[in-house]
Design a protein around this ligand. Structure first.
Ligand code: BMA
Length: 328
């Protein structure tokens, strides 16, 4: 195992491509991007901001598929190699004990994480029409169970930690408003049972430039000897609208609301055509990452221009050095 990682399984078959010759960036894109086209399934207008995990020696995930009515839906998918995906044409039908909570409105920007004995899913969920953090789980990516929403509206970007911290489940989230939210900071909350969330703590807010309007947690945090490595998105308001870029931070292992380092420069901003042109131009929005614990290779899945899914790569050790040496 890479010396810096904690609790990381070897995952030699993750998608990977070496840094291209001449590239000086700490994170580089897959040459065959986008990996998921907008029309992979007949029902989709677009497929982006999606979450993948290792599953039965291969890969599975929950995908944001906006349908051709432009309703935001969650679909399950499987892949042998993490690159070529089979996504169900029909949305996930959540099984829920409570009719109010389970009444489906919309779902978007899912995250998936293995904790103890199952895969938990969090997403931006409509409760009475307003966005909050939905929580559910699956064992097999066929049957999905929905639990209580984590918070009152309005909230987005609910991201679970991959293990309990101080004997509590832990989640990052981004309180928001009813619309496109011109503000937003990352908070930490904990729960004894995945139902009741409290002890909310401020983690970090906006700073400058690419992360001056709002920020939100991205993929599941990665445990390292140097702290929790968090990839996140940051938003700048340009005269042409929002611009979504990706950065990283290191959070204290025991008190993750304490920020040790965060990047001043972005790791990746919308620059390729498929990131700059689409249903919402100028968006890179990371929601998942696959880690090979043996080598420290990291494959990051991100939504591009709210239309397709792209892949980018880095080494965790190099990324941590970058975060420490380019701190805000
Ligand atoms: C955010 C979310 C994301 C989306 C982004 C850019 O508020 O809705 O799903 O990628 O805006 O449109």
């Amino acid at each position: 195992m890479s010396g810096i990682l904690v609790n990381a399984e070897p995952l030699p078959n993750i998608p990977w491509e070496d840094r291209p010759p001449g590239c000086r960036d700490v994170v580089w894109r897959y040459s065959q991007n986008p990996v998921i086209p907008r029309d992979l399934i007949p029902s989709s207008n677009s497929i982006f901001n999606s979450a993948v995990v290792p599953f039965e020696g291969e890969f599975a995930g929950v995908f944001r598929c906006d349908d051709k009515r432009r309703a935001m839906q969650l679909h399950a998918g499987r892949s042998h190699d993490g690159i070529t995906w089979e996504i169900k044409n029909d949305r996930i039908q959540w099984i829920c004990d409570d009719a109010d909570v389970g009444e489906w409105g919309y779902g978007y920007d899912p995250r998936v994480v293995w904790i103890n004995d199952r895969y938990y899913v969090t997403w931006c969920n409509a409760y009475g029409g307003w966005p909050t953090i939905g929580v559910g789980y699956t064992h097999d990516f066929r049957e999905f169970h929905q639990l209580e929403n984590a918070f009152l509206p309005f909230n987005r970007n609910g991201v679970l930690f991959p293990r309990k911290i101080g004997e509590k489940y832990a989640m990052l989230s981004r309180p928001s408003d009813r619309g496109h939210t011109p503000f937003g900071d990352i908070y930490y909350s904990e729960s004894p049972d995945m139902t009741h969330w409290g002890r909310h703590r401020f983690v970090m807010g906006t700073t400058f430039g690419w992360q001056s309007t709002k920020i939100g947690a991205g993929p599941i945090p990665i445990e390292t000897t140097q702290g929790w490595l968090l990839l996140y998105h940051g938003v700048l308001t340009s005269c042409n609208g929002f611009v979504y870029s990706m950065g990283a931070a290191l959070l204290d292992l025991h008190q993750p609301w304490r920020v040790l380092f965060r990047t001043a420069p972005y790791l990746m901003s919308p620059q390729r055509l498929y990131e700059c042109v689409g249903d919402v131009p100028n968006v890179v929005f990371p929601c998942a990452a696959l880690l090979d614990g043996a080598s420290g290779r990291l494959a990051i899945y991100y939504g591009a221009a709210d239309t397709v899914v792209g892949l980018a790569f880095t080494y965790v050790d190099e990324l941590i050095t970058f975060v420490k040496t380019h701190a805000a």
